[in-house]
Each structure stands twice: as C-alpha cells, then as structure tokens.
Write a protein that binds this ligand. Structure first.
Ligand code: ADP
Ligand code: ZN
Length: 250
C-alpha cells in the first residue's frame, strides 16, 4: 500500500506545486483547514494554493483516487479504508496517519502546505505534531470554516466533482461551462457517493463528535483562526487572509 499511495500523492502534488502562485505576497504557510463537510474547504484550498503556492494535501482526495483503482490492486488496509469512507465514517486513525506520514517530501515543501481533511481527530492531531516535530516544523495556523447547518446541507446536495482531476462544482453556483464535463480536464462531472443524504448525515454527526474537539485543541495552542463563511468563495477567502494576518500580528 505504501508505494502505491506515494505514487498517487506525487501525481496530485505535481498539480499543486506547478501552479503559478502570486510570489510577491507569498511566505511559507503551514496550514490546516478545518470545518464540517460542505463548508467549501476544497475551494478555499484551491484559492490559498494559488496565493501561496503551497502543496495541497487532501486525505479525502487520496482515498478517492485509490477508489478509482481496481480493487485487486489495493492493499487490504486500503480496501478497509474505502469501506469506512463509503459509509461516511472516518477511516481508522492508523491508516490515515500512515498515509500522511509518507508525505515527508511534501510536508517539508519550502512553499508550505495546506492540510485539507487531516487531522480529523485529536489522535491524528497529536500524530501530526510528532511528524512535523521530526522535521523541526510546526503549524502556523488552523483555519476553521464555520457555516450554519441548513446552508451546509444545501451546498452538499448540489455539490459535484470531476471524476478525473477532483475539482469541485455546484449545480447552482459553479457549473462547468459544458454541462457534465470538467472545465479543467474534460473529465466527467459526478456526485460523490458519500454526498448522498444518508452518508451526509453520518458525516455531519462524525464531524460534530470527532473533529469539532480540534477547535478547542488548536485554540489552546493559540493558532486557531475562525472564519465565518461568506456568500461567495472569494469573500471567504478574503476573510481567511484577514484572519491569517491578524494572527501574525500584521
Ligand atoms: P468532506 O470533508 O467533504 O467530508 P473529505 O473529502 O475530506 O470529505 O473526506 C471524505 C472521506 O474520506 C471522509 O468522510 C472519510 O471517510 C475519509 N477521510 C478523509 N480524511 C480522513 C481523515 N483525516 N481521517 C479519517 N477519515 C478520513
Ligand atoms: Zn477535471
């Protein structure tokens, strides 16, 4: 499983690092994006990545990429992980931590990193601290995206994504130019199977019980930035930058 995951990840990261970042305003930010499913973390990650040129590391994307491979090619650990994912439940900590700890090269990227969807439990946060400490690194900030539950449900039910490159769309607010096909790569635009209503309720519940405790965990560490999601991704992005600057005392 290890080599295979590394391969999937390198493909993804090539994507992240090749983008033309706005180098003038850039410093190496090491960030975690926190927030319930559906708040738009993926879109914020894309915007932050363009701005900072950092590596984007999404554990959800890694598992989805594994799911597109033939089951026979997957190690048993990964098959188990995908079963949890399909039900909307969290993949066990040991599997997720192993996946992330393989990303040494990316975690030490000189342009920084954006962790999206990891950590999702206090145990994962502790593991992350250990992994970073081994490289003499630490997190700069944790952006916590807040959005009322009714809006979360509306966003998730309309959410679509490219089955090939993973870019996200929305039936109301962000349609592809050609219906059903990705603007970026021409791949088919689909609904995630864990965006079905029954899996969504499990994911929201899981977030509240297992991930929300990370908010106070990172507040205690003094690196939490709370961002109230705006009407548009750009508005939310602008608030993220304001939050990051005020945390840095700028
Ligand atoms: P979302 O934030 O929209 O729920 P993600 O794309 O981050 O979705 O993750 C999709 C699924 O992948 C999760 O519901 C879970 O099953 C699995 N997963 C991703 N990251 C983690 C993690 N850090 N710990 C456990 N499971 C994870
Ligand atoms: Zn695409």
């Amino acid at each position: 499983m290890q080599a295979e995951l590394g391969h999937l990840l390198r493909d993804k990261l090539k994507d992240s690092c090749d983008r033309n970042a706005d180098r003038a305003v850039r410093r190496a930010y090491r960030l975690v994006l926190l927030g319930a499913p559906g708040v738009g973390k993926g879109t914020q990650a894309e915007l932050l990545m363009e701005r900072f040129g950092a590596c984007h590391l999404s554990t959800g994307d890694i598992f989805r990429a594994a799911r597109n491979r033939p089951a026979a090619e997957l190690a048993p650990g990964m098959v188990t992980a995908l079963e949890f994912m399909r039900r909307g439940e969290l993949v066990p900590d040991d599997i997720v931590v192993r996946v992330v700890s393989e990303c040494t090269e990316q975690l030490t990227c000189p342009h920084g990193f954006l962790l999206d969807g990891f950590p999702r439990t206090v145990a994962q946060a502790e593991a992350l601290k250990g992994i970073l400490a081994r490289h003499a690194l630490r997190l700069d900030a944790v952006l916590d995206y807040e959005l009322p539950r009714e809006q979360i449900l509306r966003r998730i039910s309309g959410r679509r994504l490219c089955s090939r490159c993973g870019i996200s769309y929305h039936v109301e607010s962000r349609r592809p130019k050609v219906s059903g096909f990705c603007d970026n790569c021409g791949g088919t635009v689909i609904q995630r199977d864990d965006d079905r209503p029954e899996a969504v309720l499990v994911r929201l519940e899981t977030y509240a019980c297992q991930t929300a405790p990370l908010i106070s965990y990172y507040r205690k560490e003094g690196i939490l930035v709370t961002v109230e999601c705006g009407e548009t991704p750009e508005e939310t992005f602008a608030r993220s930058l304001v939050g990051l600057r005020s945390l840095a005392g700028e």
